[in-house]
Design a protein around this ligand. Structure first.
Ligand code: GNR
Ligand code: NI
Length: 171
């Protein structure tokens, strides 16, 4: 297994629209395992393939405290189930250190394939609904900062640009 490099905002590659997975084969299963290892190492609750510069529709999530309940969504497709909204303080491994309240549909239906390539559907609410919507945004090249005002987003971009410049100088 391999810990993959996570792209950080404002990296343009995060804006790439992911393509559907055509066959869930060994290559995709290896990607899923590497994404899980990367998510656990980074202590995130979710990860989209876009964040590791693989532009295919693959998402992993684990909301459990023990970090032993991996959820895998290949070619996820979500539809809101209600007009009701839910607000949550969101963070992102690609926007490290910044947290902002984001409002989204409170419940969604999810259609996806599992890691064996079998179709399944489920409904999500609460944190799972937040997380799957956040991950599907990544697959569309979208980040939670896109929901913020230009002022807030530009502030975050300037701070991360500065951090990235300092990291570059430190080698
Ligand atoms: O680890 C993560 N935490 C989180 C918190 C609130 C809302 C969404 C998330 S997802 C994030 C991991 C990540 O960046 N996934 O794309
Ligand atoms: Ni994210």
């Amino acid at each position: 297994m391999t810990v993959l490099n996570i792209l950080e905002f404002p990296d343009k590659r995060l804006r790439t629209v992911a393509k559907p997975v055509e066959v869930v084969d060994g290559r995709i299963q290896t990607l899923v395992r590497d994404m899980l290892e990367t998510m656990y190492e980074a202590e995130g609750i979710g990860l989209a393939a876009s964040q590791v510069d693989v532009h295919e529709r693959v998402v992993v999530i684990d909301l459990s405290d023990e970090r032993n309940e991996p959820l895998v969504f290949i070619n996820p497709d979500i539809t809101p189930l209600t007009d009701e909204e839910f607000s949550y303080q969101e963070g992102c491994l690609s926007v490290p250190g910044f947290y902002e309240e984001i409002t989204r549909p409170a419940r969604v239906k999810i259609h996806a394939l599992n890691e064996q390539g079998e179709a399944f559907e489920t409904e999500a609410e609460g944190l799972l609904a937040v997380c799957i919507q956040h991950e599907c945004d990544h697959l569309a090249g979208k980040l939670f900062v896109d929901y913020l005002s230009n002022l807030k987003r530009d502030r975050i971009q300037r701070k991360l640009d500065k951090i990235h410049r300092m990291q570059q100088r430190a080698g």
